[in-house]
Write a protein that binds this ligand. Structure first.
Ligand code: C5P
Length: 236
């Protein structure tokens, strides 16, 4: 599939048009940012790792009947995806209090939540991705009531599927962020699912194996991403 002009460049990825109007090429960069772009850096090899990690997760979801934008891997850092129109919403699902939730609600990081929590944020760099609820999303015409219900249901299903898969690999899925896109009348899971967008803790040692190593200057960032890829690729 021939890569044509770049139509979007974000903090961690570039999107290119292709000869088919239904398909884009998504290219993963090594650039890393945190705290809404205030902290910047490069994680050697991150693009390749996140491309391959996301592909594994998208394939697992597709096998379980969750529709995603993933078509196939094209190269070390590129995948072919369906040409979705991304909804300006971030959906966060949490199983354990960490990060912004722990801080905002005064919970100790690591507190197990009695039931999963779903949060919506408005995708806006200028506003720092403020948290909103389903009523805001509908009132601001970001998504319909039916779309919101579908997104919530799908996000909880993704949580179940990935949590179950990961615990077999000795990884706890603490929380994660999803993005969704519209494509030919359907809503698909889009963007990426990687250590940039999830919190992964080692189930035995509770060691962080995700972007918190970069955010909090814990070191061994690339090693953690490599560890995730190697565990999810292992046969068991
Ligand atoms: O920072 P916070 O605790 O709200 O993040 C919750 C989850 O969502 C984490 O896994 C984080 O990596 C992810 N996230 C993301 N992109 C954002 C905000 C959060 O991938 N803009």
């Amino acid at each position: 599939m021939k890569k044509l002009d770049m139509i979007y460049e974000g903090k961690a990825k570039r999107i290119y048009r292709t000869e088919s109007e239904d398909l884009y090429v998504m290219e993963f960069k090594d650039d890393a940012t945190a705290f809404n772009g205030q902290k910047r850096g490069t994680i050697e090899g991150k693009g390749e790792l996140n491309n391959n990690i996301s592909a594994v997760f998208f394939e697992i979801l597709e096998e379980k009947g969750i529709k995603t934008h993933f078509v196939k891997l094209l190269s070390d850092r590129e995948m072919l995806v369906k040409a979705v129109k991304i909804l300006p919403l971030e959906v966060i699902v949490r199983n354990i209090a960490a990060g912004s939730m722990a801080k905002r609600l005064g919970l100790q990081e690591g507190t197990k939540l009695k039931s999963p929590v779903l949060e919506f944020c408005l995708k806006s760099d200028e506003l720092g991705d403020p948290m909103i609820n389903a009523y805001h999303a509908m009132a601001m015409d970001l998504a319909t009531k039916e779309e919101i219900a579908f997104i919530e249901e799908t996000s909880f299903k993704v949580n179940e599927i990935l949590s179950r898969f990961l615990i077999e690999k000795n990884i706890i899925l603490v929380d994660f962020k999803l993005e969704f896109g519209r494509f030919k009348g359907e809503i698909l899971v889009a963007d990426e699912i990687s250590p940039d967008t999830c919190r992964f803790w080692d189930a035995k040692t509770m060691e962080k194996l995700d972007k918190d190593r970069f955010r909090r200057d814990l070191g061994n960032v690339e090693e953690a991403y490599k560890e995730i890829l190697s565990r999810i690729k292992s046969q068991n």
